[in-house]
Design a protein. Structure first.
Length: 371
């Protein structure tokens, strides 16, 4: 006697798409309390090993729809798609692939015995596609609104010349700004400004901070803020002296345009290419811009953001300035991912990694600070 295999009530792809549409609710029900950061990433502790510090494990909640719910632990190599996420986090832990499937149906509240007809499945897919297009359009509109508001605020701020931000860079960080062929126009100073969140209407006050434009393509999409002491004699005494706001994934602080003085767009139009140095921080970027006027220099704002930039047409080669994080295995592993990302984009073009001979980074080395 031959037994006929009973079809599943819903396709795997159908279940996956619905889980992705409800991803934030799923994370909450799995017991993940952390919220997405400015990059659309959730960084919880790994529940299956002793993990005392968040950062190595990432869950992606934004970006390409098919990748939402994907997770990766760069310290243990745990990772997978949204079904793997359920198997990794759900308690009691599903034993196998089909257990995850039935767990997902139960969480979605779907009838486990209902077998959909082809026409019903097509209709459901078309509905999901419409919902996804509407969601993406709404997200783009939301991000564009925030970016426009941030750009307008930044545009109204004075340059750093003669401000505590200039003193911080010159005296506290030892950067001879006068040696730059082009002063960093991306950097501005906020003595005291109000930021009104266009989504919520909440009012926030920014005091004593260097505000740097983060640009993707032709648009300023986010801002980087370095909070300083009122006189510029160092960073402010606060939990996070550096923060970012807006759509910063894929954006960078363009510190130096290199010897041409051209924007990336104009350089591309003229067919001009120069080496591009990419750093984590602004201070390191300025230090290298002084030392290497023959290169374009950008600051990504963070190590993870270094790995979210695309190779610009104005770059003949890419030089990655790595911090000396020898005592931080997670950071070292994360940089390896960044380097692999750039080498994957290179298509025969040079990619170099440079590290300071002393100190944590090139700014430390320039100031004579030992590691």
């Amino acid at each position: 006697m031959t037994l006929e295999r009973r079809p599943l009530p819903y396709t795997w792809e159908r279940v996956k798409e619905e889980l992705q549409l409800r991803l934030l609710s799923l994370l909450k029900d799995l017991g993940i309390k952390e919220k997405p950061d400015h990059q659309g990433m959730v960084r919880p502790l790994n529940p299956n090993r002793r993990d005392n510090k968040p950062g190595s494990l990432i869950i992606w909640t934004e970006g390409e729809f098919k990748s939402r719910g994907r997770f990766k632990d760069f310290s243990s190599d745990d990772g997978g798609d949204i079904f793997g996420l359920i198997q990794f986090w759900a308690r009691p832990r599903p034993a196998g692939k089909m257990d995850v499937y039935w767990w997902a149906l139960e969480w979605l509240g779907w009838d486990k015995g209902n077998v959909r007809t082809l026409s019903e499945d097509v209709e459901a897919r078309e509905r999901r596609e419409r919902e996804q297009r509407a969601f993406e359009a709404k997200e783009k509109q939301r991000k564009d609104q925030i970016s426009r508001a941030l750009f307008a605020l930044w545009l109204g701020l004075p340059p750093i010349t003669g401000t505590p931000a200039e003193r911080y860079l010159r005296e506290f960080r030892g950067i001879p700004l006068e040696r730059l062929a082009h002063q960093p126009g991306a950097l501005r100073w906020a003595e005291r400004v109000e930021w009104i969140d266009p989504e919520t209407g909440e009012v926030f006050e920014w005091k004593h901070c260097m505000v740097s434009a983060m640009t993707a393509g032709k648009a300023v999409t986010g801002l980087h803020r370095t909070f300083l002491k009122p006189d510029g004699g160092g960073k402010a005494d606060r939990k996070k002296a550096k923060t970012m706001i807006g759509a910063v994934s894929g954006a960078a602080i363009r510190v130096s345009p290199g010897p041409s003085g051209l924007s990336p767009t104009r350089a591309e139009a003229k067919g001009r290419t120069d080496p591009l140095i990419i750093t984590e921080g602004i201070e390191d970027a300025l230090t290298l811009a002084v030392a290497r006027p023959d290169c374009r220099v950008w600051a990504a704002g963070s190590l993870s953001l270094m790995g979210l930039l695309d190779w610009p047409a104005c770059a003949s080669a890419v030089v990655l300035a790595a911090d000396n994080d020898w005592d931080k295995p997670q950071a070292m592993a994360a940089f390896e991912k960044v380097e692999a990302w750039w080498r994957g984009q290179a298509r025969g073009r040079p990619v170099h990694v440079v590290r300071a001979a002393a100190g944590k980074d090139f700014n430390d080395m320039a100031r004579g600070e030992a590691a």
